[in-house]
Design a protein around this ligand. Structure first.
Ligand code: NAD
Length: 500
């Protein structure tokens, strides 16, 4: 098991300020990058050899691996919460419990409960002309799976793919995010205690290490992150014909219908939007509300935010933005909207120095070419846009790439059906936010620009398995009767199935 390489800073392209100002440091970083890459290649070869030599792990071995992971996460959960808090600047242990520890432990419990059934071959039918014979699907491990993970849920987005890859019998190499250096290191240390490096290994490093990691000839590459990096990962993987799962982002809309109680919708949306400081891939990105209710919605949203977070500065429940660069981007986004003519509403604009917090912010009247409507927001900023009728709301959604999530608030089935039937998104929660992503028994993934391939529960097991079709002919099977030289019998058989 390896924990290799230098965890670089938040600056793009893996370079730190020190490295930029100091060529010696930059050379050392390059040296670390090369070292990490050598280590990644060494471990990849080791895991590949183990696949060849040891074959697929048994049900008992997979159950034991899942149990060890469960025990380690449970035992170290406070340590993990503290390191995530340190990496973010501030994140409450409650958010880590609900957003990371519970999803990981639930996914392990679910996999352990269903693994036997998932591993069972599935019987399929045999065409009339080919009987007597039997057909079945046998799920085999793919081999070595690479996992590239983002920073926003540094445990969930590394460990849930790991759980499903292990359940499917694979060996796994993980490259966690460089933006959560303490958590990535702790994860590497914890996993090394329970898994040999030929089963699970962690490679540490910046985007340069990640870029090279994605060129390894994995049997599957599982990437979670931004759409732009997803494109590079898919390009790198294509050189090896490595299949990819891309869990990407996007602008997830919320449609608030006229019939739904406005205050209730505003509170539920505020809960989902402000969880993890708005840094969730499935966070509501913008709200579509009936045009005469836009102001009332904005007021109700900020009141709900104030109830949950009476103040932002010094509030341990309010999560900080991950880095100075990300914080600056969000501040710029608000200023960009303001200078484009938007109204900016905030319930509390007090900030403490060094906390990297952006207060809950509503933007009204944002032009479509403003940054807040061009890019995924990924922070506690919420544009609210008015619509005349449901048809117009649907058109506004469909004018953008297909999002990762969509939310609809209504108790009228016709309105819900109209929104769901006429739009596309990775997943949907009706009358709530985020929650479809927490269900073990629902596939989770994007569509179009928000991703390729889904996981969670059985869908993850299947995604990371090879579904091998196996046909077995019975001793009484007469398929050898149809063979060259084609004579009367062949013509009779052809007529039997095709007619004259
Ligand atoms: P990111 O794309 O910048 O980084 C993700 C991972 O890719 C990191 O480990 C990074 O080191 C690595 N990476 C960076 N450059 C690379 C390259 N050239 N080749 C290969 N790998 C490279 O994403 P992020 O900023 O960490 O996360 C935020 C984004 O992730 C948002 O867009 C969000 O919506 C998305 N996201 C999606 C999901 C989902 O489940 N669909 C979940 C969380 C986050």
């Amino acid at each position: 098991m390896a924990a290799t390489g230098s965890a670089s800073s938040e600056l793009p392209h893996g370079s730190t300020t020190t490295e930029r100002n100091n060529p010696m440091s930059a050379m050392m970083s390059l040296h670390h990058t090369a070292e990490a890459q050598d280590e990644a290649c060494r471990i990849f070869a080791l895991q590949r050899a183990a696949v060849q030599q040891q074959g697929a792990p048994t049900y008992q071995e997979r159950m034991a691996a899942l149990e060890a992971l469960f025990g380690s996460v449970k035992q170290h959960r406070h340590e993990l919460a503290a390191s995530i808090c340190a990496d973010f600047g501030n994140r409450s242990s409650a958010e880590t419990d609900f957003g990371e520890i519970m999803p990981v432990l639930n996914s392990i419990k679910h996999a352990r409960k269903h693994l036997k059934g998932w591993m069972k071959p599935v019987r399929r039918s045999v065409g009339m002309a080919f009987r007597p014979a039997s057909a079945r699907i046998v799920y085999q491990p793919l081999g070595v799976v690479g996992v590239l993970a983002p920073w926003n849920y540094p445990l969930t987005l590394t460990l849930v793919p790991l759980v499903e890859a292990l359940a499917a019998g694979n060996r796994v190499m993980i490259k966690p995010s460089e933006l959560t250096p303490s958590t990535s290191k702790l994860l590497a240390a914890l996993l090394s205690k329970i898994f040999p490096e030929d089963r699970v290994a962690v490679i540490l490093g910046g985007s340069d290490v990640a870029g090279r990691f994605s060129t390894l000839p994995f049997d599957h590459l599982f990437f979670t992150g931004s759409t732009s990096v997803g494109r590079s990962v898919m390009t790198a993987a294509s050189a090896n014909l490595t299949p990819v799962t891309l869990e990407l982002g996007g602008k997830s809309p919320v449609v608030v219908c006229r019939d739904y109680p406005l205050k209730k919708a505003a509170r539920l949306i505020a809960i989902g939007k402000l969880f993890n400081g708005g840094q969730s891939c499935v966070a509501p990105d913008y709200v579509l509300a009936p045009e005469d209710q836009v102001d009332a919605f904005a007021k109700a949203f900020l009141e709900a935010a104030a109830e949950m977070y009476p103040r932002v500065a010094g509030n341990a429940d309010y999560t900080s933005v991950i880095s100075d660069r990300h914080h600056r981007r969000l501040v710029d986004m608000i200023e960009d909207a303001r200078s484009a003519g938007a109204r900016v509403l905030q319930h509390d604009d007090t900030r403490a120095a060094g906390e990297r917090k952006v207060p809950p912010t509503v933007l009204l009247g944002v032009p479509t070419n403003a940054m807040a409507m061009r890019e995924e927001i990924f922070g506690p900023i919420l544009p609210v846009i008015g619509y005349r009728d449901i048809q117009q709301a649907i058109e506004l959604i469909n004018a953008r790439p297909k999002p990762l999530a969509l939310y609809c608030f209504s108790n009228d089935h016709r309105a819900i059906d109209a929104v769901l039937d006429n739009t596309r998104s990775g997943g949907v929660t009706v009358n709530g936010t985020l929650l479809h992503a927490t269900q073990e028994d629902l596939p989770f993934g994007g569509v179009g620009e928000s991703g390729t391939g889904a996981y969670h529960g059985r869908d993850g097991f299947i995604r990371l398995s090879h579904a091998r079709g196996v046909m077995t002919l019975s001793p009484f099977n007469k398929s050898d009767l149809v063979a060259a030289p084609y004579g009367k019998l062949s013509r009779f058989v052809a007529r039997l199935f095709l007619g004259n």
